[in-house]
Design a protein around this ligand. Sequence first.
Ligand SMILES: Cc1cc2nc3c(=O)[nH]c(=O)nc-3n(C[C@H](O)[C@H](O)[C@H](O)COP(=O)(O)OP(=O)(O)OC[C@H]3O[C@@H](n4cnc5c(N)ncnc54)[C@H](O)[C@@H]3O)c2cc1C
Length: 419
Amino acid sequence: MKTDIAIIGGGPAGLAAAAAAHDAGVKDILIIERDNELGGILNQCVHNGFGLHTFKEELTGPEYAGRYVDMVKERNIPYVLKTMAMDISSDRVITLMSREKGIYTVEAGAIVLAMGCRERSRGALNIPGYRPAGIYSAGTAQRYVNMEGRMPGKEVVILGSGDIGLIMARRMTLEGAHVQVVAELMPFSGGLKRNIVQCLDDFGIPLKLSHTVVDIQGKDRVEGVTIAQVDEKMKPIPGTEEHYDCDTLLLSCGLIPENELSKSAGIKLDPVTKGPVVDESLETQVEGIFACGNVLHVHDLVDFVSQEASVAGEKAAEFVQGRLGTPVKEVGISCKGGVRYTVPASIDLGRMADKQVVRFRVGQVFKNARIVTYADGEQLSSVKKRIMAPGEMEQVILKKDVLQQHGDLQNITVAIETE
Ligand SMILES: Cc1cc2nc3c(=O)[nH]c(=O)nc-3n(C[C@H](O)[C@H](O)[C@H](O)COP(=O)(O)OP(=O)(O)OC[C@H]3O[C@@H](n4cnc5c(N)ncnc54)[C@H](O)[C@@H]3O)c2cc1C
């Protein structure tokens, strides 16, 4: 089987990429989704707050996803469900598996990776104690409560203050559980400020920063957990232990982009984002394979996922149409002063759009600092921000005409500077 563009993952990123590729003139597209339905993780996010940027209204996750599913259906873009992409080769042959069709391959003119991310599991976190029932990742608990009508427990402690944990603190409370505390290892929350206010503060749920779980009690079912304060090296401080009687521990300790397929295609991954290294066209270092959404880097707002995915879809279309253009000069983007990474990691001055969005996250909380960009050491822009935190994505816009004035440009830098 052959297709012009194969899109792996039918979440918001895959759907937006498909619609954009179609609008750019490529009609032979295949969306590959392993789940029973399109929509991705948004299907289990029944809270509102989605789409403020894109649709200027507050939608629930399924409503937001539904708008993009409609776009795909209006355009008659083909998709397969309950079909898992098992392998991608560097020459863009995808091995798929489904119950109905068994194992088969698709040769794609271009591929858009949109596989999203998964939650970091307890095993990866090394919490001591037994392995009793009652320990869930926050996303698993969310699926149980919102999609399967099951309640994971009644007395809850949450470790990690990523957005999923914060959302689940509120959700479990609304469903009648008692959320006793959210413990966060870092001295700052990993989630959006608005989620801390709306999901914890509004419900009187304490957030204990610089705390972690040091023991889990219970053999068959969780009976309690002990948390303790940690020092600057993240080591528990003896004497600060606090015990909580509870039957449930939810873990919200980070998301990992799902890049097993990317690795099989020989795609270079960024050690910070754990997603593919991409250029201005969101093309990975394997020609004709593009990436977007949470598989590229973990996003806070789905609106940015959709925007980014539209670019990936358009660029994949340009690639199969032979319009993407050959790279003229690739210029790397360096990170300085607390900028952890940038997406893209480099831009080509020939292929870049008139305005290039560069997204990044900071590694610590900054107050009244500036986001400053440089071209070969010469300042291009400086924007003051009252607050920047690791939980919130930041962005700068680079202008092509300005960069082109820098003759033999070697390097662009994005830096955080404090006053
Ligand atoms: C609990 C929670 C709360 C959130 N709250 C908000 C919020 O309030 N506001 C907001 O704007 N954003 C929110 N987000 C973020 C938003 O949901 C994500 O940014 C967005 O869903 C990412 O889209 P995606 O398409 O990249 O990934 P996903 O939605 O994860 O979709 C990836 C898809 O790829 C499929 N897939 C993966 N691997 C394969 C494979 N090998 N073969 C076939 N299919 C595959 C998966 O089944 C999935 O359907 C929240 C996220 C979570 C988890």
